[in-house]
Design a protein around this ligand. Structure first.
Ligand SMILES: CC(=O)SCCNC(=O)CCNC(=O)[C@H](O)C(C)(C)COP(=O)(O)OP(=O)(O)OC[C@H]1O[C@@H](n2cnc3c(N)ncnc32)[C@H](O)[C@@H]1OP(=O)(O)O
Length: 409
């Protein structure tokens, strides 16, 4: 078998994307969703692997800007649409695409690469570490009450058509980006993503509904959700399926969750993706009846260690030498001195004695402040080479708010 890897040509997109869909099971996406991904694909950032005229491998990336600790927006390649035909699996095609992609990302000068993985076991070998987690909740709203702090009395909630409310929702989303590492700036075109609502994705629930929270006529929060009615001999047991919720202030956030939990004819409120430190956990009267589950979310790889570590801020002053091992991108291997603090940092090559030894994957996991170096050290994946260095570094790499990826890509 001889295969050839080459950049995607726009006219081949349909054939390329059909093969991606096939690798994910062969169930066709709704037209509006497919059109969105077609419009967002940048062929110059995408590759296909071809066996003759048959596409057997796909991979691409988006040019994202990602919030890092300290609030800066840092260029990051958002790796996506990765697949290898079932007939051609485990022959190194993914590896060849990852090789090409990371070389390209490096040439573009983007210090980070990020992705969400279909399976957690795939990307560690390419230097990606689990950098964020997310909560899923299933609230028994027949039992759980939501406490609302003062300040919500003059907030007005009103239904709006999701498309009509989109501009206000997008503005609120934009205002929150800088406050949480892991969030993505939604550049032009991406505002269509949260509005996707194909019937095939509703699991039998209603079309997406949108409620805006307004104070003095100005939108200060919103929630988009589906309502899934369900009738039993004992009575109504409908479910509210939350898609997105954002608010400019705590009282508005609480008012929106209270609204969701009090919708008549429903007995549960579900959300698949909330931050692990979501204030919701402190608003509810009974957290045990909230069905909280945690799972991995964003995987991150420093493409250029020096530029990546120098792009974020640190909770406390830090000055340490990291001995980094990077088998897949050897230009990162070696010793790096990281000096900085809450105002920013520099990270440069050094020959000085190292304080900590770790691989680039651990660095990726710890980068957004959601996974501690101490925890990784507990698993033997970070080694302390100078007494006290681990505790100080672990503290400095932390984040006051948990990093979180609000949506997939
Ligand atoms: C960001 C995203 O888009 S995530 C989506 C990823 N795509 C999918 O899950 C779609 C279905 N699966 C596939 O298309 C393919 O099986 C892929 C892309 C996951 C793997 O492609 P392959 O060409 O088979 O991978 P390749 O042969 O390069 O394997 C490289 C290594 O990864 C390992 N590997 C590959 N896939 C997996 C997996 N799903 N789980 C665990 N290990 C894996 C291989 O065993 C191999 O290990 P080795 O280096 O120790 O020998």
């Amino acid at each position: 078998m001889t295969t050839r890897l080459r950049p995607l040509v726009r006219s081949e997109w349909d054939r390329w994307y059909d093969r991606l869909e096939l690798a994910f099971g062969g169930v066709a996406e709704a037209g509006e969703e497919r059109r969105l991904w077609q419009d967002l694909t940048d062929p110059a950032r995408s590759v296909g692997v071809w066996d003759g005229d048959e596409c057997v491998g796909t991979a691409g990336s988006f040019a994202f800007r990602l919030t890092v600790p300290g609030g800066a927006l840092v260029p990051a390649a958002g790796v996506t649409m990765v697949s290898v035909a079932a007939t051609h699996r485990r022959r190194g095609i993914l590896t060849s695409m990852m090789r090409r992609q990371l070389d390209d990302v490096r040439a573009l000068g983007e210090p980070l690469a990020v992705l969400t993985a279909s399976e957690p076991d795939i990307y560690g070998r390419f230097g990606y570490g689990t950098a964020t987690h997310q909560l899923a909740v299933e609230i028994d709203s027949s039992r759980v009450r939501v406490a609302v702090p003062p300040g919500a009395e003059d907030v007005r909630l009103r239904f709006t058509d999701p498309a009509e409310g989109a501009q206000a929702c997008e503005r609120i989303y934009r205002d929150t980006i800088g406050s949480r590492p892991g969030m993505l700036a939604r550049d032009e075109g991406w505002e269509r993503l949260p509005l996707l609502d194909p019937p095939s994705g509703r699991e039998g629930a209603s079309p997406m509904q949108c409620v805006l929270a307004e104070r003095d006529g100005e939108a200060v929060g919103y929630v988009r959700f589906h309502n899934k009615p369900h009738w039993t001999p004992e009575g109504p047991e409908g479910a509210v399926l939350v898609r997105h919720i954002d608010a400019a202030e705590p009282a508005v956030y609480a008012a929106l969750w209270r609204f969701l939990c009090e919708i008549d004819l429903t007995t549960s409120v579900r959300s698949r993706n909330r931050p692990v430190d979501d204030p919701l956990l402190h608003l509810v009267s009974d957290v045990r009846r909230c069905g909280v589950r945690v799972r991995d979310s964003l995987y991150l790889r420093p493409v250029e260690v020096g530029a990546a570590l120098g792009a974020r801020a640190y909770l406390v002053p830090v000055d340490l030498v990291l001995d980094v091992e990077d088998a897949f991108c050897p230009w990162n291997t070696g010793r790096w001195r990281l000096s900085g603090g809450p105002e920013g940092a520099v990270c440069e090559r050094t020959a000085d004695a190292p304080d900590l030894a770790l691989s680039v994957r651990e660095l990726g996991a710890a980068y957004l402040g959601g996974v501690s170096l101490a925890s990784l050290a507990g698993a033997g994946r970070v080694r302390e080479l100078r007494a006290g260095a681990l505790a100080r570094a672990s503290h400095a790499f932390g984040s006051a708010v948990a990093p979180w990826l609000p949506h997939g890509f």
